[in-house]
Write a protein that binds this ligand. Structure first.
Ligand code: NAD
Length: 271
């Protein structure tokens, strides 16, 4: 066992190596931290020295991720006002403050993913409500807690499909599509982010989006082949590809960056 002073020295030297990207002593909430992308982000953020609080509606996976990263889990429904308020109260009470928020939950109803012709008005409304409105709720409450404490960083998850329209040819020969709600939700998240970045800039709260391209998750092989063919870097994203962008936006390395949309898409949106 290393002595206390040895552990402190090794922590200090880790922090020196991380330099501007060091997150030691910071508390970062990862909403959706038990998901495909959130699991990788939780690990990557903890690796930079932060205390990660996984906030997710899935308690079993959420607890497992929190345990893996030596962090905490708070069962949270991001679509519920009382649950979101209680999340940030708990974080401030138990960790002494809130330095970062990563919003990468993906709430949707059972009919999400239908083709354009089959989307009912009720499903459109529910899915836009669950996803876009919860991103507002979580951003709003976290950013005001940060303002009170003198600053912080919010990273919202957008998508390439919040930047440009889908190329439907990549879905040909499969049952897959890109849902119409997603275009409105992710375009909305991107512009919501810019609004809050502008509103809270002078309060030291930075707000940015990360817009990933498609992440490989055992999709239909025809889709994967077509997606890779259309992507300049020639492959789909891996969850780990998103870690660097998020750590950058949470850390002092991005101290003069706000309202930005950082695309991590293998070049998809340049074509
Ligand atoms: N996977 C991709 O290809 C991709 C591409 C671009 C953007 N994104 C975006 O990245 C984000 C994360 O996507 P993912 O693929 O990791 O999704 P995912 O479905 O794997 O994970 C989402 C997480 O959100 C949690 N969640 C759902 N509803 C919730 C609620 N009401 N309250 C709290 N937690 C809830 C789920 O339990 C899950 O752990 C989303 O915003 C998504 O739109 C994903």
């Amino acid at each position: 066992m290393p002595s206390r002073s040895e552990s402190r020295e090794s922590r200090d030297s880790d922090a020196d190596e991380r330099g501007l990207f060091d997150l030691t002593g910071r508390t970062v909430v990862v909403a959706g931290g038990a998901g495909l992308i959130g699991t990788a982000l939780s690990a990557g953020i903890a690796e930079q020295g932060a205390t990660v609080v996984v906030a997710d509606a899935a308690p079993e996976r959420g607890r497992a991720v929190a345990e893996d990263v030596d962090g905490a889990f708070v069962e949270t429904d991001v679509t519920d006002e009382a649950s979101v308020e209680s999340l940030f109260e708990t974080v401030v009470a138990e960790h002494g403050g809130l330095d970062g928020l990563v919003n990468c939950s993906y709430p949707r109803n059972a009919n999400y993913g239908r083709r354009y012709e089959d989307v009912t008005y009720a499903d459109w409304r529910e899915n836009v409500d669950l996803h876009l409105n919860s991103y507002f709720l979580v951003t709003h409450r976290a950013s005001l807690v940060m303002r009170e404490a003198g600053g912080g960083s919010v990273v919202n998850f957008g998508s390439t499909y919040g930047v440009q329209a889908p190329d439907f040819s990549v879905y040909e020969g499969t049952e897959m599509t890109s849902p119409v709600e997603y275009a409105a939700i992710k375009g909305g998240v991107r512009n919501l982010t810019r609004y809050v970045a502008s509103y809270l800039g002078r309060d030291g709260v930075r707000v940015n989006t990360v817009s990933p391209g498609g992440v490989f998750d055992e999709q239909h092989p025809t889709f994967v082949e077509e997606y890779e063919r259309r992507t300049p870097l020639g492959r789909m994203a891996r969850p780990e590809d998103l870690v660097g962008a998020v750590v950058y936006l949470l850390s002092d390395a991005s101290a003069y960056v706000t309202g930005h949309d950082l695309r991590v898409d293998g070049g998809w949106t340049i074509c």
